[in-house]
Design a protein around this ligand. Structure first.
Ligand code: SF4
Length: 362
């Protein structure tokens, strides 16, 4: 007579996986602000907005931003009518600002070219600004129930463990995509995808996955081998070279000197205090030579310590200098004074928030 475990194993075959996942999802789905209630149709605007915000950002960080956006711009046409500056300001702090510019461009395109209605195919969605293959698949599946499986980091982890995929990422992506597609149920494609995302986020976590609670644990290769945490296999990371520079915090009474970064490039269009170039191997003296020139400026004071920040491709270290000028001193060309009390309204990236806090001792 077969043992209970063996019997369970016989019962849980690979063809059961999509169903087991959906049953688990119906009981344990996460409540997320952008997610439709069970049985309700998804709103493509909310799905799209959340997917763009969630790129390289956590659910926890996105939540408040998502609520602020939908309260101010309840549909894609309202967002398309907003100014880019207003969108960047609302986005400030969420990082990876090219997403905010693409978000706005996409809303404008949907409003002007599609009458305010999102295309309902992956192909149509991919033609829009800021929507790559993953996001197109996610929106198509979740908002329009198209039979496609978007593969994010959570799904990559679950699938690579379930099938013990030995190939390293990123080369393993096509194989993982193929295997993930086998987990799609015949209907409810969006729920299949969200079930896998939730499973990865809550049970099949990077460290110490809770395999005993997993609906796929009878049928998981890495789980059976006890090698879960070694998947997905990854090629060792190359970190970028450290760049160094200086930032100049100049105050005029209770105002701060700022400028806008060029529209194109890193942190395009965002607000910053004047600063030097950010270069590998730059010494402090060279960076300081790029300080702004203002009439009647007090001596530059170097703040103790440095501000560090890690961008996707490189870590950055900034020395912060402070100085004061007299009331009525004019801002150099291209720069402006803003009241320190209203800095929260500026589109300040996180690195600049750190610089200003360090410079002003906030
Ligand atoms: S059994 Fe464990 S390792 Fe396998 S999919 Fe479930 S949680 Fe992940």
């Amino acid at each position: 007579m077969p043992s209970t475990t063996a019997r369970k194993k016989e019962q849980s075959t690979s063809s059961d996986r999509p169903l087991a996942l959906l049953q688990w999802y119906d009981r344990h789905r996460r409540r997320l602000p952008w997610r439709a209630a069970p049985g309700e149709a998804s709103d493509p605007y909310r799905v799209w907005l959340s997917e763009i915000m969630l790129q390289q950002t956590t659910v926890k960080a996105v939540g408040p931003y998502f609520e602020k956006f939908v309260a101010r711009w309840p549909d894609v046409t309202a967002l398309g009518r907003a100014s880019l500056d207003a969108v960047l300001r609302m986005w400030a702090g969420l990082g990876y600002y090219s997403r905010a510019r693409n978000l706005h461009a996409c809303a404008v395109a949907v409003m002007r070219e599609h009458g305010g209605v999102f295309p309902d195919t992956e192909e149509g969605l991919r033609a829009l600004p800021g929507i790559g293959p993953y996001t197109a698949a996610a929106i198509a599946a979740i908002a329009f129930d198209r039979r496609t499986m978007p593969v994010d980091g959570n799904i990559e982890r679950v699938v690579s463990r379930l099938f013990a995929v030995e190939e390293e990422l990123p080369q393993a992506k096509p194989l993982i995509q193929q295997l993930a597609a086998t987990l799609l149920a015949d209907s409810r494609a969006g729920d299949s995808a969200q079930a896998l995302m939730d499973l990865g986020a809550s049970i099949c976590t990077p460290k110490k996955p809770a395999c005993s609670l997993c609906p796929l644990n009878e049928d998981c290769t890495a789980g059976a081998q006890g090698t879960q945490e070694t998947f997905p296999r990854k090629a060792p990371k190359k970190s970028g070279t450290l760049r160094r520079g200086a930032a100049f915090v100049v105050t005029r009474g209770d105002e701060l000197l700022v400028q806008s970064r060029p529209e194109k490039g890193l942190l395009g269009g965002m607000t910053e205090v004047p600063g030097s170039d950010w270069l590998a191997g730059q010494d402090d003296a060279t960076a300081k030579q790029q300080a702004p020139q203002l009439k009647g400026l007090s001596r530059w004071q170097r703040k103790v310590g440095v501000v560090t920040h890690v961008f996707t491709h490189f870590p950055l270290e900034l020395v912060v200098y402070t100085a004061k000028v007299k009331v009525r001193t004019r801002a150099p060309e291209g720069m402006r004074w803003v009241p320190i009390a209203t800095l929260a309204d500026e589109a300040l990236p996180n690195v600049m928030r750190k610089v200003i806090a360090h410079g002003l001792g906030l």
